[in-house]
Design a protein around this ligand. Structure first.
Ligand code: GTP
Length: 634
């Protein structure tokens, strides 16, 4: 296949707008998969993905399609729809020349439609807009086409209106892809240049690399070298995903396919790496900016005896998900565990679910923490100046977060200034030194909703410390609101609340936007005077009273009566914010068995022992697992 007859494309869409359904239809039309009734969603391979109906890891499938008597090789590179995985989206797009922008014609443009459009547009891709779900009674394709014109300045004169589900006009999609998306511009005669854009570990064949051959051609037996590490590999097999791995004799410039080259560990497959032919180096392609962790959580085994088994499971899971960062952590209440970093809370949930389902692990996940920063200046005066300067900027509303992060990185370059990242409340000081300035990460958020919810949405954002609010109308009835929000505000239930306050109509997306100075404090939880590290959290000073009271109350409800009184306190330094207590009770479960029946007594004791396993001890206080969960749900 010469590059002229190749098309590399993605389908980008808001969640649930029908991307996987359309992908299945295209694979059926091209007879890549057999046509059967129902939605198969071939591309969504992971169990969690099928269950939750979301795509997590990008997949790829090649198809053959005859158009105007010419046979084309079409490579469909799937992209995840959820914001947590926008890193996966951008690297998938790097292998494409164009994208189908799929929009549900009953819902119109949503927040991820906007975010994904800009990602694709930024990569310089050709955009083919397609309206889906025209079979629905509420579908209004003309209105949605108008939204696309106003919001993205797309020409919608010949826009396709389809129903992926009822197979209506889906046959017009691939001709549009061929006509409107340019072929890859690689040169098969030029020196070999390969972009590695995805990889995973397969227990049968080892490391599988998904590559785009930019220039030259590649076959089994070739020797290739990584620009990143300098390591040399012999290519054992090349092929295309059709939709499973299907061996071919070569991969040509412009093609997308897989290679096996006897890599031992997934860490050798550095996503964004450029490979070249041994002894024929080329300039490497620009790599990808590595994924950054947005939230960190402690993960601990429910039963400490599971530690080493869990350690293995975490290692296996992270083998295929290099965006999770792993560090060991020890807690006084929960024992040995890990501090894991995730791209977002959905990513964290998916990871926990996979750990539980695929590896049968039982874990306690602690309150998520965003990565805060402590900047230490050479003297108190400089620190105070920095703080005043930036806080002033933020109150006048002019503080663009970009300039704040520019200031912060200028500070980081100064060797007298120390910047420390804090991933767990245990690393946060109880009292602030005068030379220190605290900073928290922020995101720039996009919300889209019908105009009658404008008041509620503005209030929702305000109650989550938003700044720089700006809104525009994308048509007569729908509003797009942009603002800056502290990342910490969106990691709990921001999204769930947003959905309920807008009767499910609002959509939400965000991207990282650097750091801002913030008045942060650490809230400790004491049980009978002893701190429980896994319950500590970092808060903005304005939230202290509310959260402090709330945590104490919730703990009072879940802590069972014990043989002595349990005092619950939430404190900042030595200042008590709230105090509750659980009064003493004599807890003799065998008292009612008046001596006689020994087996009954044994059974009761065994039952109690079983219950104890699920308890965590802090000093002499028994703390049930729910304590950790109930505090998370604030
Ligand atoms: P993610 O993979 O999570 O991003 O979702 P998706 O965009 O792939 O959506 P998916 O294909 O899973 O479709 C979401 C829902 O919409 C499913 O219940 C589909 O059956 C339904 N759906 C897809 N296309 C159509 C359509 O043309 N008409 C109607 N009525 N429903 C559709």
């Amino acid at each position: 296949y010469t590059a002229d007859y190749v098309r590399n494309f993605s389908i980008i869409a808001h969640i649930d707008h029908g991307k996987s359904t359309l992908a299945d239809r295209l694979l059926e039309i091209t007879k890549t998969i057999e046509k059967k009734s129902g939605n198969k969603q071939v591309l969504d391979k992971l169990k969690v993905e099928r269950e939750r109906g979301i795509t997590v890891k990008a997949q790829t499938a090649s198809m053959f399609y005859t158009y105007k008597d010419k046979k084309y090789l079409l490579n469909l590179i799937d992209t995840p729809g959820h914001v947590d995985f926008s890193y996966e989206v951008s690297r998938s797009l790097a292998a494409c020349q164009g994208a189908i922008l799929l929009v549900d014609s009953s819902q119109g443009i949503q927040a991820q439609t906007v975010a994904n459009f800009y990602l694709a547009f930024g990569e310089g891709l050709a955009i083919v807009p397609v309206l889906n779900k025209v079979d629905l009674p509420g579908a209004d394709p003309a209105k949605v086409a108008a939204q696309l014109e106003t919001t993205f300045e797309l020409d919608t004169a010949d826009i396709l209106s389809i129903s992926a589900k009822s197979n209506l006009r889906v046959d017009e999609v691939l001709p549009a892809v061929i006509e409107q998306i340019p072929p890859p511009d690689g040169n098969p005669q030029a020196p070999l240049k390969i972009l590695l854009f995805d990889s995973w570990y397969d227990s049968y064949v080892g490391v599988v690399c998904l590559v785009r051959v930019v220039d030259g051609s590649l076959a089994a037996g070739d020797y290739i070298v990584s620009s990143h590490s300098g390591a040399k590999y012999e290519v054992a097999e090349v092929g295309i995903m059709y939709p499973e791995q299907t061996r071919t004799t070569s991969l040509q410039a412009g093609q997308v396919g897989y290679i096996f080259c006897n890599m031992k560990a997934i860490s050798e497959a550095f996503v964004g790496d450029t490979f070249f032919r041994h002894r024929h180096p080329v300039d490497p392609l620009p790599g990808f900016i590595p994924a950054k962790s947005m939230v960190f959580s402690g993960i601990f085994p429910v039963d400490p005896n599971d530690y080493s088994r869990l350690d293995e499971s975490i290692e296996k899971l992270t083998l295929n998900d290099s965006s999770v960062t792993v560090q060991k952590e020890t807690s006084n209440a929960l024992g040995q565990g890990w501090r894991l970093g995730f791209l977002g809370t959905l990513h964290m949930d998916v990871f926990r679910q996979r750990l539980e389902e695929e590896y049968n692990a039982r874990v306690i996940v602690t309150q998520p923490t965003v990565p805060y920063r402590i900047v230490t200046y050479p003297d108190a005066e400089t620190a105070a100046n920095q703080e005043a300067q930036r806080l002033e900027g933020s109150t006048s509303g002019e503080m663009a977060s970009a300039s704040a992060s520019a200031l912060a990185s200028a500070a980081a370059d100064d060797s007298n200034v120390k910047v420390k990242q804090v991933r767990t409340p245990s690393d946060f000081p109880d009292s602030k030194e005068l030379r220190m300035v605290y900073e928290e990460p922020v995101v720039s958020a996009t919300l889209i909703f019908p105009q009658e919810y404008l008041g509620a949405m503005l209030e929702h954002c305000n109650s989550h410390r938003s700044e720089n609010q700006e809104y525009t109308f994308i048509d007569e009835t729908r509003v797009m609101l942009r603002c800056t929000l502290p990342t910490a505000e969106i990691v709990n239930d921001f999204y769930e609340q947003l959905k309920s306050k807008s009767s499910g109509f609002a959509s939400f997306d965000y991207e990282e936007a650097g750091y801002v100075v913030s008045d942060l404090v650490k809230l400790n939880v004491l049980l009978n005077g002893k701190p429980v590290d896994a319950l500590a959290c970092i808060l903005h000073r304005s939230q202290l009273e509310r959260v402090g009271r709330d945590i104490a109350l919730k703990l009072r409800k879940v802590i069972k009566r014990q043989l002595f009184e349990v005092a619950i306190q939430t404190v900042v330094g030595s200042r008590v914010i709230a105090r509750e207590s659980v009064s003493a009770a004599r807890k003799d479960v065998t008292a009612k068995c008046y001596g006689g029946d020994a087996t009954r007594k044994m059974k009761l004791l065994a039952k109690q022992k079983e219950g104890k396993k699920r308890m965590k001890m802090v000093g002499n206080v028994e703390l049930p697992q729910e304590a950790f969960l109930s505090v998370i749900k604030q």
